[in-house]
Design a protein around this ligand. Structure first.
Ligand code: NAD
Length: 476
C-alpha cells in the first residue's frame, strides 16, 4: 500500500504538538486525569443518541438500546471505574532495598509514569467501545492520545470526530478518520504506545510498522473462541446462554462463541435446544429490528460463503429461526454448521457473524488436543458439572480468558485484565491492568548516608580479603 503522505504529515504534527505540550506541562496530577476522563464521559452522555442512531444506519440495522448498552454504557462504565480508582493506582509503590544499604537509610520505590502519546485504532463491530475503553486506562495513566475509528462505520466515526474535536484540545486528545492508509500512516509514526483492536492479519502489519520505531503494542485480536459442552451439562441452559451470546451484535463480537464441541451422543438434542433458544430470542429475521445486521455486503458474503462452502463439503446446516436467508437486508438467521470436515473454511477462519460450528466428540481429550493444535483462542467457554473435567479443560489449554457456565462474561469484569495470548493478541487493559499497561514502571533508588564501600574494602585495588568476602557469598 502506498503510504498516505498527507495523513502521515497530519498525524506527525499532532504527535509533535502533544509531545511539546507534555514536556512543557509535566505529568498530570490525579485531578487533571479525572477531569480528562470526565470530559470523555460528558461527550458520550451528550452524544449518546447521535451515536446510537449513527450505529443503526452504519450497520443497516442495530437496535439503539443495544448500541447504548454495548458502546456507550460499556465505555462510560470503564471510564468511571478508572476515574474513581486512578488515584489509588498512582500511589508510589515502596520496595525493599538490598543490604547493607537498607541499614544505611536508602529507599526504593516504583513510580508509574505516563508513557506519552498513545495511538488507539478501533474496529467497526464495537466502534465506540474499542476506542473509549482503552482510553480509560490511557488517560488514567496520564497519557495523551490519538484515536482512529474504523472506516466501515463512517457516520459513527463522524459523530465521534465531531464530539472529540469539540470537547478536547488536540494537544490532549485528537482524532483522525480514514481507512487502512491512514491507519498505516499512524502506526508508522513514533508513538509511545499503540493499541490496536482488529484482526490477527492486520495486527501483524501494525506490529511490523511499530517495530521500525520500537513502539510497544497492545494487540486486541480475534480468533475462534471454542465452547465446550462437557459432562453433565444442562443442554437447555447451555443452549440458552450460547444463543444469547451468539445473537449479541449478530455474532460480530471478538469473544462470540465460534465452535461448540458437544458429546456426539447429545449433538442432535443440543441442536434442537439451540434452535429453540435462538428462535425464542429472534422468531423472525428480515423485518425484526432486534436482529443486528451484518455490517456490510462484503462481510455478509463472507459469512454466507463459509456456510455454502461447508454445505458443499457435506456439513449439515440447520437454521434458527427456520427461514430462508433474506435477500433484501443483511439480517441473517443463525446458521448452525454441523460437523463440517476439517478442510471447510469455517473450521479455520473466525466466523465473526451469525453462524456457528457444532462438532461432535467422543472423548474430552480429543477436544483439548484440538484446541491446543490451533492458535490460542481469545476466549474459551465450558459448561459441565464434573470438576475434574473442568479443571482439565482450563489447566491444559491457554486462552485470553475463560468463562465457566456461561459465555462472554469475563470481558465485563472491570478490574480484571482483558486481552489475548499468542495469535489472539498481546497486552491487556481494563481497570488496574489498563493503568499498568499504559504506564512506565520506573524504579527509583534514593541513596542515604556516606559511601562506605571504600572502608568495607570493596573498591580497587582489590585485595584477597575482598575476594574472600565475595566467595563467602557464593551460596545456595
Ligand atoms: P480489521 O483488522 O479489518 O480493522 C481494524 C482497524 O484496523 C480499522 O480501524 C482499520 O482501519 C485498521 N487497519 C486496516 N488496515 C490497516 C493497516 N494496514 N495498518 C494498520 N491498521 C489498519 O478488523 P475489523 O474487521 O474492524 O474487526 C474484526 C476483527 O477484530 C475480528 O478479528 C475480531 O475478533 C477483532 N476484534 C477484537 C477485539 C478484542 O478486544 N480482542 C474486539 C473487537 C474486534
Amino acid at each position: 500500500m502506498d503510504r498516505n503522505i498527507e495523513a502521515h504529515d497530519q498525524i506527525s504534527t499532532i504527535l509533535d504538538r502533544q509531545r511539546t505540550a507534555r514536556i512543557a506541562a509535566g505529568e498530570p496530577d490525579a485531578a487533571e486525569r479525572r477531569a480528562r476522563i470526565q470530559q470523555v464521559i460528558d461527550l458520550l452522555v451528550d452524544r449518546a443518541d447521535d451515536l446510537a442512531k449513527a450505529l443503526d444506519v452504519d450497520f443497516g440495522g442495530r437496535p439503539e438500546g443495544y448500541s447504548l448498552m454495548n458502546d456507550v454504557v460499556g465505555s462510560i462504565t470503564a471510564l468511571k471505574y478508572s476515574r474513581d480508582h486512578l488515584e489509588t493506582w498512582m500511589a508510589p509503590d515502596e520496595r525493599p532495598v538490598f543490604a547493607p544499604y537498607d541499614q544505611l537509610g536508602a529507599t526504593a520505590r516504583v513510580l508509574h509514569q505516563p508513557k506519552g502519546t498513545v495511538g488507539i485504532i478501533g474496529t467497526w463491530n464495537a466502534p465506540v467501545y474499542t476506542l473509549m475503553s482503552p482510553l480509560a486506562g490511557v488517560f488514567a495513566a496520564g497519557n495523551r492520545a490519538v484515536l482512529k475509528p474504523s472506516e466501515l462505520v463512517p457516520r459513527t466515526a463522524e459523530v465521534l470526530a465531531d464530539a472529540v474535536s469539540a470537547a478536547f484540545d488536540p494537544e490532549v486528545l485528537a482524532i483522525v478518520t480514514g481507512g487502512p492508509d491512514v491507519a498505516d500512516a499512524l502506526t508508522s509514526l513514533p508513538f509511545d504506545h499503540l493499541v490496536f483492536t482488529g484482526s490477527s492479519a492486520v495486527g501483524k502489519l501494525v506490529m511490523a510498522n511499530a517495530a521500525t520505531n520500537l513502539v510497544p503494542v497492545t494487540l486486541e485480536l480475534g480468533g475462534k473462541s471454542p465452547t465446550i459442552i462437557g459432562a453433565g451439562a444442562d443442554l437447555a441452559d447451555a443452549a440458552h446462554r450460547i444463543a444469547v451470546g451468539k445473537a449479541t451484535n449478530g455474532g460480530q463480537i471478538c469473544v462470540s462463541p465460534d465452535t461448540v464441541h458437544v458429546p456426539a451422543d447429545r449433538l442432535d438434542d443440543f441442536v434442537d435446544e439451540l434452535r429453540a433458544a435462538y428462535t425464542a430470542l429472534h422468531p423472525t429475521v428480515e423485518d425484526n429490528p432486534d436482529v443486528v445486521a451484518i455490517v456490510d455486503d462484503r462481510h455478509a458474503a463472507r459469512v454466507d460463503g463459509y456456510v455454502a462452502d461447508a454445505a458443499r463439503l457435506g456439513a449439515r446446516i440447520e437454521t434458527a429461526p427456520d427461514v430462508a436467508v433474506p435477500q433484501s437486508t443483511r439480517r441473517r438467521p443463525l446458521r448452525m454448521v454441523i460437523d463440517p470436515p476439517a478442510e471447510a473454511v469455517i473450521r479455520r477462519e473466525e466466523v465473526f457473524g451469525p453462524a456457528l460450528v457444532l462438532l461432535g466428540y467422543d472423548d474430552i481429550d480429543e477436544v483439548i488436543d484440538a484446541i491446543n493444535a490451533g492458535p490460542n483462542p481469545l476466549a474459551l467457554y465450558y459448561f459441565g458439572t464434573d470438576p475434574a473435567e473442568q479443571a482439565a479443560v482450563v489447566d491444559r489449554t491457554l486462552s485470553g480468558g475463560v468463562t465457566v457456565g456461561d459465555v462472554m462474561m469475563h470481558p465485563g469484569l472491570q478490574d480484571a485484565p482483558f486481552g489475548g495470548v499468542g495469535s489472539s493478541g498481546m497486552g491487556h487493559y481494563n481497570g488496574r491492568e489498563g493503568f499498568l499497561q499504559f504506564s512506565h514502571a520506573r524504579s527509583v533508588f534514593r541513596s542515604a548516608g556516606p559511601d562506605l564501600r571504600g572502608e568495607w574494602g570493596m573498591l580497587p585495588p582489590y585485595t584477597e580479603q575482598f575476594r574472600a568476602m565475595m566467595a563467602a557469598q557464593v551460596t545456595r
